[in-house]
Structure formats: C-alpha cells, structure tokens
Design a protein. Structure first.
Ligand code: ADP
Length: 549
C-alpha cells in the first residue's frame, strides 16, 4: 500500500513570503537608517516591500533573468534590504560582497560569481571606478543614491541612479512562485587560506534559517524588539537578521557606515534599540566609549556575539556594568551562518552564578535544523564529555552541500555515515550538548604533541585590565616544536610589562600552557570580517626567538 500523503497546502518557502508577511502584518513598523549621505532616513516595512517590487521590475527592465547575480558593495541600510528582497524575490541571486576586502579580491569574487549588476553605496564610488573595467561580467553599475548625489562625471560607463530606477516603476508586480530550492543568495568565505569560496543559499534554507534564528533559544527575536544589526549585511547576510526581522515584523535600525562607539551608542539610545549582534571587535569601541564617558544604556537588553570567540571579560562587562545579556554564538558562512548559541536549560537555573557563566561562555547548543558531532582524524565520533576535543562536523537544512562552481564534495563520513560538513574547528561537546570551540584547527598551538587552545590564552589576556586586545599564536621552538607567543595591544596609557602579564596567567591555566613570551604591538591586524588575522601575525613573528628556545 502506498503511504497516505499529507493533504496540506503546498506553500514553497520563498524569501518573498517574508517581506509580504512583514508588509501585511507590520506595514507601519519602522526601518530607520543612518545614511551614507549623512542624514537619518525613516521608512516602513510597507514602503520597503513596495520599493522591493519596483526594484524587481527595474532589474527585469535591465534585462536580468532568473538566476542572474546582483552584486552589492553596501553598508547596512534600507536600500540594501530592498536589494535583498527585490533580487531574491524575483528569482535573481543576491550577492553581497565585503567591501573591506582588497580590490583584487573583490574583482575575483564578482567575476567568479559572474555578477550581472553591481549596486554600491556612494562610499565605494572611487573603489568601483578603479575596478570597473576588470569586472568582466557586470553589465550595469547602480549607485545606491538619489539624483542629487550622483557624481557630475565618472569613469564608470553609463552609471545608473538607484532612486531613478525605482521611481520609473509602478510596483504593479506580483512576487512569482517557484521551486523553494532555487538559489536566493551567495556569500563568499573570507578565504583566510586560498581563494574565497561561494556558499549558495536557497530560498528554503534561508527561510528555515530565519525561523530557527528567531527561536527563543537562538536570537529570540520578536515584534516587540528594536533590532540594530551591527554585523554588516555583507557578512553572511547580517547573520540572517534582515530575514528574521521580517518574519517577526520588528523595527530595524541601520548604522550605515557609522560604526564607531559614539555613533553606535547614540543610535542605540535615540531609536530605543533592544537587541543587536556583532563580532567581538566592534563592541570593544562601544564599551570603551561608554566607560570613558560614564554612559549607560536605557533600552538595550541583549546582544548576540559571535564570529570569533567572545572573551569572557567582554561578556562580564556587558552583563555586570550594563545589564546586557550576551548570547555567545558560533557559526560560519557555510551554515548561513548560525549553528549554536549559548542559552541555559531549565536544569541550569539553580546552578551557582559562576557555573552558569562557564556554560554561557561556551559556543552553545545547536538550533533544531542543525546537528553536530566531534570526530577524530579517522572519522570516529568522540564522546560528549566536555573533555574530548575533536574536529567539529555539522549537517542540516541550512548547511552547504558543496561550494559554488566546485564539483568535488567537501563532505566527510562520521562513523561510516556520509554527509557531514567539516567546519575546520576543534571543539568539545558536553553531556548537555554545549559545544565549546577550542580553536580553528590551523590556529591550534602544538606543544610537544599536546594542544594548547589559543582561545583560552586570549580569553585570559583579555581579562587583564590593561589589555585592549590579545592574540595567541604558535612560535617555533627547538624542543617543543611550537610554544605559545602572546601578541598584545595595550589600552592607551597602560604600561603593563611582559612579566606582569605572564604572572597574570599563573593559577588561571595549567603551567605548561602559559605563553613563553609576550610582544607588544600598536595594532592587531583584523580580517575583512573583523577577526584577528592570525596568518598575518604568524608571518610577522615567524622569526621570533623565544627566550626559552
Ligand atoms: P571565514 O573563515 O571565511 O572568516 P566565517 O566568517 O564563516 O568565515 O568564519 C567562520 C569561523 O569563525 C568558524 O569556523 C570559527 O572558526 C570562527 N567562529 C565563529 N564564531 C565563533 C565563536 N563564537 N567562537 C570561536 N570561533 C568562532
């Protein structure tokens, strides 16, 4: 007998359904943007949905067809949201490019994705003027501004004005229905090694991610929130927030290019922001500004911090000095990006504060939709005891199956079962499913056959009041192969010494894991997504002679 089939409506999970929902049920909910042009702009989900339809018509008028890629070089703002929905919703593919990459990387990525249209903010006009001739597939360049801000002359042939394109259309456009497995957007990994690789998300994966991300044990988004994504819309789609925000119909606030501590703080206060998300480095500026000016938040309640390990000292500052809950999250481009977030279970509510903190400092538990395991080098899974560290692998509805344009599968086998994505991270998992990243496999410090977690060392250093930022890297050692070297940027006016810092590690970590040496630098290099550039530091200190060597 054939199985009895469900008799429910077939509603494909399409990105257009998110904005349609927001326009029907949160039409007057605001989207506020600090614009590149310098002013504040206020619109609503209702207007943004209409303009997204006009934009879809404009893309069609430019000759775009299903599957064509629309590249963006843009900050967080309402026009960027319109491009997200106007492109994906009309079966085009939204391709956000990180403008902080080197120009040659941007060219490489846009050409690899074969972008047909490139939309960009005024900030990036000089950059695009420089690289336009090398963008071999781009047919149309669109400056995301109004007529008044268009340049009098430019090297870009027939540069189009975004507002003119939108204004020329009537918006009488019905979002099309199509297969939910159609590509919706592409993001490239920042490519710390080798060329960047594209992750092609589908409508289905993006909508499921938006659902999962909004859950209470994940980002806990609701219509009562005012969300300010500090994480850029070019960094894995701002971790899906423009989608989850439409799904719950909440107010969105965009900082544009104004990401310094003072600007962000003022925007938090003036727009009554309740929730935010970003990588640890962006919060350093905000916390310093607030400390120096003795400021407090009036509405800000919680923030997701991820992308690299959130130092416990930062969590403490947010929680104890400002009453802001920090939700530590782990993810990656290949996961759309959310994998795990750290939220306590009911059984943890009565634990002493310190024990709760130790759980919250971990990268946390998976969202339904993702599964994970830790494995040894032979693909055998390791126990969930919070001790055994292994290669972290994942699978799920919003994990890539392969990279764009690459026929070979990146997937591995776990206990004989195929279909797991190797993350390149090393982690432990405890009996309650709390995952903790100890390192990226290429950042692990291997001392005499034992592994030392660079994250542990950095977290301790960051707890020292004189340290602004710290990175632990492996330095060559004749006997131990590698030993930890701590690279430190001190806070302005602080003169903490090498000896004082090393003494700070005593009693906080096993003696043999204490760094062998400390070097002070004026600045720690960051990648285009705000992570510490370990590769560059390893290169810089490759000839460093440890005192113990
Ligand atoms: P890229 O490596 O190209 O910068 P991603 O932005 O996707 O791409 O980075 C994903 C990686 O970032 C993860 O594999 C992990 O190493 C690191 N990461 C993300 N979140 C955390 C976290 N909370 N703690 C430690 N590492 C993290």
């Amino acid at each position: 007998m054939p199985a009895l089939m469900g008799q429910m409506m077939q509603m494909p999970l399409l990105i257009s359904s998110l904005i349609r929902h927001a326009a029907r049920h949160a039409a007057d909910t605001e989207i506020v943007s600090k614009r590149v042009e310098g002013d504040m702009h206020r619109t609503t989900w209702g207007e943004v949905e209409l303009r997204s339809r006009q934009l879809a018509q404009a893309f069609a008028r430019l000759g775009c067809e299903a599957g064509d890629r629309i590249g963006t070089l843009a900050w967080n703002g309402y026009r960027h949201v319109e491009i997200y929905y106007g492109s994906s919703g009309s079966q085009l593919v939204c391709h956000t490019i990180n403008p902080r990459l080197f120009p040659e990387q941007i060219v490489w990525i846009a050409n690899d994705a074969e972008d047909k249209v490139l939309c960009f903010d005024l900030t990036f006009l000089p950059l695009v003027e420089k690289i336009a001739v090398q963008l071999t597939t781009v047919k149309h360049f669109v400056l995301m501004t109004d007529r008044a801000h268009m340049p009098a002359s430019t090297a870009i042939p027939s540069l189009l004005c975004y507002e003119d394109l939108v204004a020329a259309e009537d918006g009488r456009y019905t979002w099309p229905t199509f297969d939910e497995n159609t590509a919706s957007s592409i993001c490239y990994t920042s490519g710390t090694t080798g060329n960047p690789k594209g992750a092609v998300y589908s409508h289905r994966s993006s909508v499921l991610h938006a659902y999962g991300a909004a859950l209470p044990d994940a980002m806990d988004c609701s219509a009562s929130d005012v969300v300010l994504p500090v994480v850029p819309m070019f960094h894995v789609n701002a971790w899906g927030l423009p989608y989850s925000a439409a799904l719950v119909g909440c107010k969105l606030v965009f900082p544009g290019p104004h990401l310094d501590g003072k600007s962000v703080y003022e925007l938090f206060e003036s727009e009554k922001v309740t929730f935010s998300a970003g990588v640890p480095t962006v919060w350093l500026g905000l916390l310093t500004h607030m400390k120096n000016n003795k400021l407090k938040f009036s509405t800000f309640k919680r923030t997701v911090i991820g992308g690299s390990a959130c130092p416990p000292a930062m969590m403490k500052a947010f929680q104890e000095e400002h009453g802001v809950e920090v939700i530590h999250a782990w993810g990656m481009t290949e996961l759309s990006p959310l994998g795990t977030l750290s939220k306590l279970k009911a059984k943890h509510k009565d634990l002493p504060h310190e024990a709760q903190q130790r759980l919250l400092e971990k990268q946390g538990r998976v969202i339904y939709g993702i599964d994970m395991a830790i494995i040894d080098d032979d693909g055998k899974s390791l126990p969930w005891d919070g001790q055994a560290a292994g290669n972290l692998v994942v699978r799920g509805s919003w994990v890539i199956d392969r990279y764009f344009g690459k026929p070979e599968s990146p997937l591995v086998t776990v206990d004989g079962e195929p279909g797991w994505f190797p993350t390149g991270d090393v982690a432990t998992i405890d009996a309650d499913g709390f995952m903790q990243i100890t390192d990226r496999s290429k950042d692990v410090i291997k001392s005499g056959g034992e592994w030392i977690s660079s994250i542990d060392l950095e977290n301790i250093a960051m707890a020292h009041p004189a340290v602004h930022e710290a990175a632990a890297i492996a330095a060559k050692h004749p006997k131990w192969d590698e030993r930890p070297l701590l690279v430190v940027m001190r806070k302005p006016g602080q003169n903490v010494t090498r000896e004082e810092l090393l003494a700070f590690f005593e009693g906080r970590i096993a003696k043999w894991q204490i760094p062998d040496d400390v070097v002070f630098v004026d600045e720690i290099p960051h990648t285009a997504t705000g992570k510490i550039q370990k590769l560059k530091l390893r290169e810089q200190f490759k000839n460093h002679v440890l005192p113990s060597a």
